[in-house]
Design a binder for this molecule. Structure first.
Ligand code: FYN
Ligand code: ADP
Ligand code: MG
Length: 584
């Protein structure tokens, strides 16, 4: 039986004594979350969940109210990634629910544990389509976009509903879960003792999944025979929080590794085995590739084609693959996986380490030398580019500053979105600690910036540095009010090049601005002043450095308008090939 032992606040005392005989749905939801250690809600109040937000706050939960549900949802999704507990997003019905749904789908696609809880209208009216306030069959709409979706109709089932949502979100491959709570549920009363007894404290929500020993042996045999092995670390590896063992696997094997974007920092990017700067060399050259929590999706060119040394779009370079993943269905999704190892990353990596023993042979010296050669060449070229100080500032000269500041503050969390602002930051700014780089993920989604920043600041208490394209920032810019309201240590740098990709587009008819153009010389720094934050206008790397350093010192909400050459940047950054342009 669930026993509530937490000290009670004055408000909850009153609620508790009034409800010594009965307890309502609102209270049961709050207590069920609390009982499971879910202490933070990202949401937006309104009908029918306004009082739920108040009750949650009065009971000591952190209730972070946003300006738009999409940002609240992205915050919840990344809180799930950072903590391994489902991030909770709470919204009103139909429109609020739909605003949160984008983030729910994003969580599912990215394998982040999240629960979207939405109030909904009266079932009887909705199901007969009689036109209720915000009428919508939310459960049916959420289902295809979520890992699981549930509705609770009776207060006595709240405990089960929340327990199922938690298990679905974090067990196996994590994902987004929808929980539909109709308005009527909240005012239902049940006898207090029975109600509390119905709550479930979930035991072992994300059980370890131990890989089969024959799968481990198969993988080790393949790895041992490799002449040009490569390890690819994905965000699944970062999520698993098996940092020490992953580092041991990489170092004991001596194999060069490539971090996917959000796996950067799992080992420091400056590690001698890091092959990030030789990406286009190692992918086609490798003979055996060990994937650790990374999918062979578009971000890895589906394991085939030119990137992998294949002759045509369908061919690949003949690499053999080992894949460590929690999902048994992931293997063979794009090319043959010769040695799937299915289990949680922590258990898989531990099993490989145990099987390797202490005397594992290092990869052939020629391979290591070839990777080092390519990498050092690229790093030297990059150093040369970064040494320039053009006027106006470009992405490189601005990001050289960011790179130094991140190196000096390795625990700061870097949030990053945009096209060029994303791609340049990824390759220029080294990460030094695990789970410090949060970005657009599997979909290359825009709009995550401010939601991620709020959740990163709240869950880690660390300084957050958000490097935003000027377009990307616009998707969630109003949340600077949220950041100021909660006085969070977030420093936003808007890379302002007057437009999407760049600021030079024009309307050939001369009537309107070009479709990718924004107001020229916009002063994003002035936005934050409206809410008491610090605005900085930076036109040189020195001003940018001073602005970021002051923000880190003061931990005050800060927005820096970094003026970037409007001709800098390319269409879609590094993924230009995905953006069809008709050549005239
Ligand atoms: C990387 N590189 C470096 C370094 N790190 N050079 C020097 N020093 C360092 N430290 C080199 C690397 O070898 C590559 O050069 C190049 O920089 C880029 O590296 P990256 O970013 O790792 O590689 P690439 O090819 O861009 O990666 C493919 C990708 C990535 C698909 C994984 O582009 C990606 O994550 N894209 C997401 C894009 C996205 O979502 N955009 C949002 C929508 S924008 P070469 O080896 O010479 O190739 C809408 O328009
Ligand atoms: P990236 O984009 O960084 O390559 P992906 O999102 O494509 O990463 O891949 C992450 C993979 O990690 C998914 O296939 C997912 O099933 C897997 N994964 C997530 N969490 C775990 C875990 N705890 N243990 C094992 N695999 C995991
Ligand atoms: Mg721009």
């Amino acid at each position: 039986m669930a026993v509530i032992t937490e000290p009670r606040t004055a408000a909850s005392h009153a609620a508790a004594s009034a409800a010594s005989e009965s307890i309502d749905g609102f209270q049961l939801v709050v207590e069920a979350l609390k009982l499971n250690g879910l202490d933070t809600i990202y949401g937006l109040p309104g009908i029918p969940i306004t009082d739920l937000t108040r009750r949650a706050q009065a009971e000591g939960l952190r209730m972070l109210a946003f300006r738009h549900e999409q940002s609240a949802g992205y915050a919840a999704s990344i809180a799930g990634f950072l903590t391994g507990k489902p991030g909770i997003c709470l919204t009103v019905s139909a429109p609020g629910f739909l605003n949160g749904l984008n983030a729910l789908a994003h969580a599912t696609v990215n394998c982040f544990p999240m629960i979207l809880i939405s109030g909904s209208s009266e079932r009887e009216v909705v199901d007969l389509q009689q036109g209720d306030y915000e009428e919508m069959d939310q459960l049916a709409i959420a289902r295809p976009l979520a890992k699981a979706a549930y509705r609770v109709l009776h207060a006595a089932d709240i405990g089960v509903g929340i327990a199922r949502a938690i298990r679905a979100a974090v067990s196996g491959r994590p994902g987004g879960v929808y929980l539909d709570l109709p308005a009527k549920l909240f005012s239902q009363s049940v006898e207090a003792a029975a109600g509390r007894a119905s709550l479930i404290q979930v035991v072992d929500a994300a059980p370890k999944q131990i890989p089969a020993s024959d799968a481990v042996q198969r993988a080790l045999a393949l790895l041992k025979g490799a002449k040009k092995p490569l390890i690819i670390l994905g965000k699944g590896a970062a999520y698993a929080q098996a940092d020490v063992d992953i580092r041991a696997l990489v170092e004991r094997s001596g194999i060069p590794y490539l971090p996917m974007s959000m796996a950067k920092g799992l080992l420091p990017d400056t590690h001698e085995q890091c092959a990030a700067a030789a990406r286009s060399f190692v992918l086609p050259a490798a003979d055996v590739v060990l994937l650790v929590g990374a999918r062979l999706n578009w971000l890895l060119s589906h394991g085939k084609g030119k990137t992998w040394g294949g002759a045509g779009a369908k061919a690949w370079g003949g690499q053999r693959f080992i894949q460590l993943d929690i999902s048994p269905q992931e293997a063979d999704s794009n090319v043959r996986i010769d040695a799937p190892v299915i289990g949680d990353i922590g258990s898989c990596v531990a099993a490989l380490l145990a099987g390797m023993g202490r005397a594992w042979p290092k990869p052939p010296a020629e391979w290591l030398a070839a990777v080092a050669d390519k990498k050092n060449g690229n790093i030297a070229k990059m150093a040369e580019t970064l040494a320039h100080n053009p006027v106006p500032m470009n992405f490189h000269s601005a990001l050289a500053v960011v790179r130094d500041i991140v190196a000096a503050h390795p625990d700061a969390v870097l949030v990053n979105e945009g096209a060029n602002a994303l791609d340049f930051t990824r390759s220029i700014v080294d990460m030094h600690r695990p789970r410090k780089r949060l970005d657009v993920g599997t979909w290359g989604i825009m709009g995550v910036g401010m939601g991620y920043s709020v959740a990163a600041a709240v869950t880690t208490q660390q300084q957050v540095l958000a490097i935003e394209g000027d377009s990307a920032f616009g998707f969630s810019g109003m949340e600077v009010e949220t950041i100021c309201r909660y006085n969070l240590p977030v420093c936003i740098v808007v890379m302002n090049n007057n437009g999407v990709y760049k600021g030079t587009d024009t309307d050939p008819t001369g009537r309107d601005p070009g479709p990718t153009q924004f107001v020229k010389g916009a002063r994003y720094d002035k936005l934050i002043g409206a809410f008491g934050g610090v605005g900085v206008h930076a036109t040189t790397p020195a001003e940018l450095r001073a602005g970021i350093e002051a923000a880190f010192r003061s931990r005050r909400p800060t927005l820096i308008n970094a003026v970037i050459d409007e001709t800098a940047g390319t269409e879609s950054g590094r993924i230009t090939s995905l953006n069809p342009v008709v050549k005239k």
